[in-house]
Design a protein around this ligand. Sequence first.
Ligand SMILES: [Zn+2]
Length: 132
Amino acid sequence: MNPSRESQPLLIPLPTGDTLGSTLADRARSREEEYLFRQELERRRALEVKAELTKLQAEQEFQAAVREAQRQHHWMHCPKCGGELCEIDHGDLCIDRCETCEGVWLDAGELDQLLQREGDGLLGRFLRRLRG
Ligand SMILES: [Zn+2]
């Protein structure tokens, strides 16, 4: 090492006069620009999230409309031939019967109600085979 360099004090130039003022002004401007930049980023992110939510909501509304249109189109129509279904009251059950192909259709839970009603008789055993 060079001994003459070790003994020299470390000199850091200090800003003076207009230089200090302009340095502080530059830092303030830089902080303000950074603040405005972050504000703009947050505003854009909020707009993106809002646009995504609007898109999702529109998709959900479209899917609900499609399901409703399908339900109305198929409501009380035979799944086998497309004929009109009529309801036949059978005690506390309302069984759907096709007027075209004479197919008989049970709604959810109606087979279980028939099974409870019929017990272990011939019809009950037959319905249990249908149920699996
Ligand atoms: Zn039918």
